[in-house]
Design a protein around this ligand. Sequence first.
Ligand SMILES: CC(C)(COP(=O)(O)OP(=O)(O)OC[C@H]1O[C@@H](n2cnc3c(N)ncnc32)[C@H](O)[C@@H]1OP(=O)(O)O)[C@@H](O)C(=O)NCCC(=O)NCCS
Length: 232
Amino acid sequence: MQLWRIDLAGATGLHDRFAPLLTHAEQLQASRRRTGRVQEHFSVGRACLRILLGNASGLDPLSLSITTGVHGKPQLSHRNGPSIAFNVAHSKDTILIALTRSGSVGVDVEYFDRSTDIMEVAHHNFTEKESRSLAAISYPQARIKTFYRYWTRKEAVLKADGRGLIASLASFDISFESLNLHPVRIAESPDDQGKLFFVSDLSLGIEAAGAIALESPDCPVRQLIFPLSRPW
Ligand SMILES: CC(C)(COP(=O)(O)OP(=O)(O)OC[C@H]1O[C@@H](n2cnc3c(N)ncnc32)[C@H](O)[C@@H]1OP(=O)(O)O)[C@@H](O)C(=O)NCCC(=O)NCCS
């Protein structure tokens, strides 16, 4: 299991630098994402993902076939040999890329947005228990941190599952204390046995929250940093 943190702060001209590492179809996909940071995030994220997958599989990064699942989750096509699951998340100047050979993985990062009415969002998306535990926090900085911690745990689980935010955020509870590899079961219906994921919080500084959800509990998370603002 590897978790890469790519730091875009202060780096410029990233799309032009990274586009040659993308396939023609991905270059078109990048150009459809308008310009600016959104486009740069996609180009850098996909190029770094190809480099990491190429390194892990021993294959040429540009020869790897990346397809999308039913709900749009990018995945490595089976014709690339032994399966490697991965997931990508973007927020502000940070890109996270998680890779594992043991089951599926989901990752999320969110920088705090203080203009968001977090209690309103919680009311519509969280379980009653989660909303109650959030409401019980009186110190605003601690409340916002907990809100984003809950949100990124939920999104990481739903990204590991592959349905993303079309699944109900309120269908499972994640209001546990900060822990490593906490078991969380999600089900599509009451008679469905569901899927089990193991959730860990990530340490991403004081202005962001992040989480990773793994299908297999026995993979230690190794965090590696890849700063783009320095020459490399
Ligand atoms: C996937 C989703 C959770 C992303 O949320 P977000 O906060 O906007 O973005 P994040 O930065 O966390 O994640 C984006 C990355 O998630 C990955 N992703 C896309 N769809 C995904 C899915 N269904 N499950 C898991 N990961 C997904 C991609 O790698 C994407 O990065 P990329 O475009 O650079 O490759 C959200 O868009 C969603 O739930 N969509 C619902 C599924 C959907 O609408 N599908 C329509 C296409 S069929």
